[in-house]
Design a binder for this molecule. Sequence first.
Ligand SMILES: [Zn+2]
Length: 77
Amino acid sequence: MERGRCYACRREFDYDPADVTMFLVDRATGLPPGITVAGTLRPATPEAVARSVDLPVCPDCVDKAERGLPFGPTTGG
Ligand SMILES: [Zn+2]
């Protein structure tokens, strides 16, 4: 098991690297390379993909995403 911080809720959690859901995040924007800060889709540029990293997402947030609930980095509320 490894310990990491959830991309979405920032909670630290233990995960199995072979089993965890990873989220590709552009380090320049903190968002997936194909999504703008406004939440709209755009073509992911090779530059954005190249600087992106895979971050783990905890099971709670995966569950929210699968149910269509909002999830992602939030500053409150
Ligand atoms: Zn989470």
